[in-house]
Write a protein that binds this ligand. Structure first.
Ligand SMILES: NC(=O)c1ccc[n+]([C@@H]2O[C@H](COP(=O)([O-])OP(=O)(O)OC[C@H]3O[C@@H](n4cnc5c(N)ncnc54)[C@H](O)[C@@H]3O)[C@@H](O)[C@H]2O)c1
Length: 313
């Protein structure tokens, strides 16, 4: 069993540590100061109580899982006994490059150093390391304790052993890891998400339908199938000759915009950031905000319960 340390106790770090502890793995969680760790601890306890309320864990488990997480404000002591480190510090290339240069010196050369970067290149992050073979990206999705996918992304100098150990640990953490064999921007998940997002904005700007109706079209059509069949299985089940014929007339008409589209730019330039400040493509009243956050969390938990049932069958 790997000895796990998570560096960075923010939104992602605390829920990655919780995921490990929930899967019976002892974990050290490092934050920059006590306030950072207190916030992480509060987040962990609140998530555990929601898991309990939904029957995923018992009341007794809450304390047991919480006790598997050991808090530290020092990077040096957090990594001292680690065999596997997951880093979740802010998304800044220079910061991560300096951080990995330092970790490379602090950790024995067999320790895997995995970054939770959303989209920075593992090859670039490992640029100044003497042992870049043990550096890899393990990209968890938010909220990390409820979203099953983790993308394991190979940098140009990542070795096979590092990939194998990452896949193994993530499976032990009850995740569904996939291997991304090439270091490309957006990895796999975000490329697909943003292909859909670009086209959604394009048809909005063309006046084809409203934001609400485009969202409804996704939720009540492809969205209903996607949790069960991805694009390739969907195409196989629909008939490849049909998908081939549609691709031939439709692809040329789809958006090929190379930058963020103008409606989005206008929102951002006007300080409309979405749910977090009340205005985005939607007007976010406190009621809508509360309702959608709860609904999404409830559905993610429902899927997780289903996954666990089918994994144990
Ligand atoms: N937020 C998301 O939805 C999401 C999803 C997937 C991946 N990620 C990636 O995960 C990483 C962490 O993102 P987050 O949203 O948890 O960030 P965050 O700001 O919530 O937390 C970052 C944590 O890093 C530590 N930290 C802060 N400044 C630091 C510094 N200068 N040096 C070292 N440590 C520092 C602190 O513990 C802080 O809590 C980023 O690389 C981000 O791109 C984020």
């Amino acid at each position: 069993m790997e000895k796990l340390t998570v560096l960075g106790a923010g939104l992602m770090g605390h829920s990655i540590a919780l995921t490990a502890a929930w899967a019976k793995i002892e974990v050290v969680l490092q934050g920059i100061d006590q306030e950072d760790l207190d916030r992480a601890d509060k987040g962990i306890l609140s998530k555990l109580s929601i898991l309990h309320a939904n029957g995923l864990i018992t009341q007794e488990d809450v304390g047991i899982i919480r006790d598997r997480i050991h808090f530290s404000v020092s990077v040096e002591s957090a990594v001292e006994h680690a065999t596997f480190v997951i880093e979740a510090i802010p998304e800044n290339l220079q910061l991560k490059q300096d951080y990995y240069k330092n970790l490379d010196r602090l950790c024995g050369k067999d320790v895997v150093l995995a970054s939770n970067t959303s989209g920075l290149s593992p090859t670039a992050i490992a640029r100044d390391m003497d042992h870049p073979n043990r550096m890899v990206v393990t990209h968890f999705w938010n909220p990390a304790h409820l979203m099953p996918l983790v993308e394991v992304v190979r940098g140009e100098r990542t070795d096979d052993g590092t990939i194998a150990r990452s896949m193994e640990l993530l499976r032990q953490m009850n995740k569904k890891p996939i291997e991304v064999k090439k270091d490309i921007p957006g990895f796999v998940g975000n490329r697909l998400q943003y292909a859909l997002f670009r086209e959604a904005q394009h048809i909005l700007e063309e006046g084809v339908a409203t934001e609400e109706d485009i969202d409804q079209a996704v939720v009540y059509s492809i969205g209903r199938r996607l949790p069960i069949t991805g694009p390739f299985m969907t195409a196989d089940m629909g008939g490849l000759e049909v998908f081939d014929s549609i691709s031939n007339y439709l692809f040329e008409d789809l958006s090929k915009e190379e930058k963020s589209l103008r409606t989005m730019r206008k929102h951002v330039d006007n300080g409309h950031y979405g749910q977090k400040n009340g205005q985005g493509f939607y007007k976010w009243t406190p009621e809508l905000s509360e309702r959608m956050s709860q609904l999404r969390e409830k559905e993610l938990i429902r899927y997780l319960i289903e996954d666990r049932k089918s994994d144990s069958d």
